[in-house]
Design a protein. Structure first.
Lengths: 284, 326, 379
């Protein structure tokens, strides 16, 4: 029964990783923008949800939407500020600008929301499901279902709609896309807004598992890194498979070898893969 | 004809050398000029050490155009080498420094080989992954210090034939730190004019030309990366003696952010850019600290705003101001 | 003419002003921002209150105490900067330490500058090893003593036959586990240690470890988790969700107010121990403790917890020693504390071992109502 439960654990962990990684991988694939503020945006998404529920009295579903909207607006502002650097593809400066913005978000959130841990009541995180001897919560189910739906929706959008092909064109070659009349600026803006909205959704769903702190963020999204590089930068299907796979790896490595070394193991696997197949993960 | 124009062209480099000598002398006596207190010495020593730490990243950024997020690894290697070898085997400063350089070269050769075909953010992410793995190893390996690290690192001993220079106090460590800084600056000034340096710049700026000249960009990448490592490593080496304590905190983002910020704040390929950047950051932290949260906001805003308005760094602002004046 | 007369008057006045006795400066270095910010604030507030109590009674050696508080941001490099600032401000003592690495980094700096350094909370054994600070003093208990209390409870009171460990993977957690296992040997423990599950300090999801522990089904699980703001409350809740039947025995001192606040009645039934409770004997019979509790409640709206008590005790111990020796000299004051007994602190009589460790008085407790943090003292 241990193995079955660990599989469940792995899927729960993995769907969380995949959910949080989606926005980051798309942003990276389309705009080649390494968003170092991802962790702080996750934290902010969690606090926006908390604020909406506890201070504005919204029910959980509304609070999720409120968080997504709030972060989308923030993302629009951030991207507008960075637009010059994005258009000139000054990638190193962009990386550090997002790092700086992340710091501002962290310091600002600490001043606004304080340093104490908060919980998100009214979610499904306490609603347990007992399936024989297996256990998980309805929140875990929600995360898995929402992740699959989100990935499905995004895949359909980018592969089947006109705007999706516009985005893929800009990702391939922005200059060429501009020649064809595509406004790359709008595309970049929308992709960044999507990343912020997606991480807000991820935070609203995953953060209720444990108390939230304004100092969190970095550790929570460190696995995103591994998921994105393993799955292939910009690859939607890859991120899903890598996320779920990583979750299962963490669960089994932790259960049968040593849980304390899972981060090291995940990164070691990443490094090993990159040694063996660096070309497959290099960009143009 | 002005006084300057009346000078023969041959005396200009002489003027330059004189200016450098004066600057070096002022720099050396700076702690004394600022009061001679132990705090003045320790602050300037810290600035010197952190500046050297940043120069390693600067070399990679300036000559390869890449952002290395893994130089905390070399910083830590230097610190841990100094700590372990001096505490466990009583080795003197020269030996620990030599070990630092050797270990950094080996680590950089390995990491450089791994990242040979990666570019831009993949390169950054891979170097970062390497630092994370190294952190986990350092944290869990009790033999080299474990999660609490190594305490009681004795003072730096540098034997010179009959006498031994002992870095017991901050005043004693300052000349060593200053010397290390000068050595680093001199090395980078020379590197800029060296064959490897100019080749690396050419590969970065004009890849087709480099290819047509038969230059192997991968060899150049590896060489530059390997050269950058011991610079940061030696900074970590000296830090271990200054702080008398080394632990997994050497891998913390505190140092990584300082490296990145100091290197881009002033501008690229400006010799004293990282030094000025480091000095600004340490000064803010020590003199204008408004508490952890406000410090983050200030640091983050400065970083973001400077790079948004002057993507080449503060030098862009400086140039604009000097142009409007003229 | 008039200008120079004015100048002369000003000069006369300033030169004839009475020379005031210089204030005594006490410095505190704790994390005031970041994850441990609220904890560090609480300790700093307690020191502030203890200073005020002394100032209200006429000061120390007839002089007023001023407090200089700094934030180490839980980062050793920042702590070192703050320590250097304390040296520049010429403080007479520094009370510091929530995170052990920060304490370990600051110790040599303060020792070299000849400033007395009292560690309030950091638990590492290296702090008292004497290598970086031969005159170290620490108020919080050490793993060695803690292990004795927990091992005794598990072996003799609980009479557990099958024990498992859920241990934080660092020197603190591993050190505690090693110490408990050593105590088991001393007590001739006839049961077995079934398994050890480990986790990282920053982890907040423990279902993998809890699944393994549930399958093993020990009588008791000894839990060592110092992440009182996020990891530990999450662990308590997940422990209940996973429906583990094993007794949850917490390491000494981990059940801080935030754990109760966040995990609420999931804490019910947890057994642990600590070295200070404002409302349990023997502390509620100590007059200094009661007056401090009243003042703290008045100033900050809550009763002081163990961490606040450690901060206040550090100040009180130092102040009493200064009064007794009539000196602010580092060596003199330190030697009046190390290996000696300081009376009149909120811990009652504070007995110190020669290595600077305060001898703790433990109370083993069971959580009766997690929501209100109602505890029942055992034995």
């Amino acid at each position: 029964m241990n193995i079955a439960q660990q599989i469940v654990n792995g899927l729960v962990l993995g769907s969380g990783y995949a959910c949080i990684a989606l926005g980051w991988t798309i942003l990276l694939g389309v705009a080649r923008l390494v968003n170092f503020a991802h962790g702080q945006l996750y934290m902010l998404g969690a606090f926006a949800t908390w604020y909406a529920m506890t201070k504005l009295g919204m029910p959980y579903p509304l609070a999720i939407i409120a968080a997504i909207v709030a972060l989308a607006v923030l993302g629009a502002l951030m991207q507008s500020a960075m637009m010059g650097l994005v258009m000139t593809q000054n990638l190193t400066s962009l990386m550090i600008v997002t790092l700086g913005l992340g710091y501002v978000l962290q310091g600002g959130s600490a001043l606004i929301f304080g340093g104490n841990p908060q919980t998100l009541p009214g979610t499904l995180a306490r609603a347990k499901v007992d399936l024989g001897s297996l256990w998980f919560t309805w929140q875990d189910v929600l995360v898995l279902v929402a992740t699959l739906l989100l990935y499905g929706a995004v895949w359909l959008f980018t592969q089947r709609t006109r705007f999706g092909s516009v985005i893929r064109a800009v990702a391939e070659d922005p200059k060429l896309a501009e020649l064809f009349g595509i406004n790359a600026k709008v595309v970049y803006l929308l992709v960044f807004v999507f990343e912020c909205g997606a991480v807000a959704l991820g935070a609203a769903l995953v953060a209720p598992r444990s108390p939230i702190l304004t100092s969190m963020g970095f550790n929570e999204v460190i696995m995103t890194f591994v998921v994105v590089v393993l799955g292939g930068i910009g690859s939607i299907g890859g991120a899903l498979v890598a996320g779920l796979g990583l979750g299962l790896f963490i669960a089994f490595f932790g259960a049968f070898i040593a849980q304390a070394y899972t981060t090291a193991a995940a990164f070691a696997v990443l490094l090993a893969l990159l040694v063996v197949r660096p070309a497959g993960l290099a960009t143009k | 004809m002005t006084a300057l124009e009346s000078h023969s062209p041959r005396s200009l480099p002489l003027l330059r050398t004189a200016a450098v000598v004066v600057l070096v002398a002022v720099g050396f006596f700076l702690p004394r000029l600022l009061g001679g207190t132990s705090v003045a010495y320790s602050t300037l020593t810290t600035i010197a050490i952190f500046a050297v730490m940043c120069y390693g990243v600067d070399v990679v950024l300036s000559y390869l155009g890449e952002v290395s997020l893994g130089h905390t690894l070399f910083w830590a290697v230097g610190g841990y080498a100094a700590a372990n070898l001096s505490v466990k085997y009583g080795l003197n400063g020269w030996s620990t420094a030599a070990a630092t350089i050797a270990l950094c070269i080996i680590a950089a050769a390995f990491l450089g080989a791994v990242t040979l075909r990666t570019r831009e953010f993949v390169f950054s992410l891979v170097t970062y992954a390497a630092a994370v793995v190294a952190y986990e190893i350092a944290f869990n390996w009790d033999a080299i210090g474990g999660s609490d690290g190594i305490v009681g690192i004795s003072a730096l001993k540098l034997p010179f034939g009959f006498t031994t220079y002992v870095g017991a106090t901050q005043e004693d460590l300052w000349p060593i730190a200053f010397a290390l800084l000068l050595l680093t600056l001199g090395f980078i000034a020379r590197f800029r004019r060296s064959r490897l340096g100019t080749t690396a710049l050419m590969v970065q700026m004009n890849p087709p030309l480099a290819a047509s000249l038969g230059i192997d960009p991968r060899k150049v990448r590896l060489a530059v990366f390997v050269i950058s490592a011991p610079i940061t490593g030696l900074a970590g080496w000296l830090y271990a003696y200054q702080r008398a304590y080394v632990g997994p905190d050497m891998f913390e983002t505190y140092f990584l952010v300082m490296m990145l910020t100091a290197v881009v704040l002033v501008g690229r390929r400006i010799l004293i850019g990282p030094l000025i950047g480091t000095a600004i950051l340490i000064a803010q932290q020590n003199l204008l600290s408004l508490g952890g949260d406000w410090n983050k906001i200030i640091l983050g805003s400065v970083l973001a705003l400077v790079l948004i308005f002057w993507p080449t760094g503060l030098i862009g602002l400086f140039r604009r101001l000097s142009r409007t004046k003229a | 003419m008039i200008k120079s007369i004015k100048l002369a008057i000003v000069l006369l006045l300033t030169m004839s002003a009475p020379v005031m006795a210089q204030d005594i400066k006490v410095g505190t270095i704790f994390p005031l921002s970041g994850g441990a910010g609220p904890d560090g604030q609480s300790v700093t507030n307690a020191v502030k209150l203890a200073v005020q109590e002394i100032n209200d009674k006429g000061g120390l050696l007839g002089r007023k105490i001023t407090l200089v508080s700094k934030d180490d941001e839980s980062t050793p490099a920042v702590g070192v900067s703050r320590a250097n600032e304390m040296i520049a401000e010429k403080v007479d003592v520094v009370i510091e330490g929530w995170n052990s690495p920060v304490t370990l980094a600051m110790q040599p700096i303060l020792a070299r500058a000849g400033i007395l350094d009292i560690t309030a909370v950091s638990k590492s054994d290296l702090i008292l090893s004497g290598e970086t600070n031969p005159l170290a003093i620490r108020i919080n208990s050490s793993n060695g003593f803690d292990a004795g209390v927990i091992a005794k409870y598990v072996v003799e009171t609980l009479k557990a036959k099958k024990v498992a460990f859920l241990t934080q993977n660092d020197v603190y957690g591993n050190g505690f586990q090693t110490a408990v296992e050593a105590e088991f040997k001393k007590l001739n423990f006839s049961g077995e240690v079934m398994m050890t599950e480990k986790f990282a300090f920053k982890d907040t999801d423990f279902r993998v470890q809890l699944t393994n522990l549930k399958a093993a089904n020990p009588d008791a699980i000894i839990v060592t988790n110092s992440s009182n703001s996020s990891g530990l409350p999450a662990m308590v809740e997940q422990y209940r969700q996973a429906d583990l039947k094993s007794a949850f025995v917490g390491a000494v001192g981990i059940m801080l107010p935030t754990v109760f606040k966040v995990a609420g009645d999931a804490n019910n039934g947890i057994v642990s121990a600590d070295i200070y409770f404002w409302n349990l004997p023997p502390f509620n019979a100590i007059p200094e403790s009661n007056s401090f509790v009243a003042a703290f409640k008045k100033a900050y709206g809550v009763e002081p917890d163990k961490s606040a008590a450690l901060g206040a005790a550090a100040l009180q111990v130092w102040a009493r020693a200064v009064e007794a020796t009539k000196s602010l000299d580092r060596k003199t004051v330190a030697e009046a504390i190390r290996g000696k007994t300081i009376k009149g602190t909120l811990f009652g009589d504070a007995q110190f071992l020669p290595n600077g460790q305060l001898q703790p008085r433990y109370v083993v407790f069971k959580v009766v109502d997690g929501k209100t943090a109602k505890l029942e003292a055992l034995q």
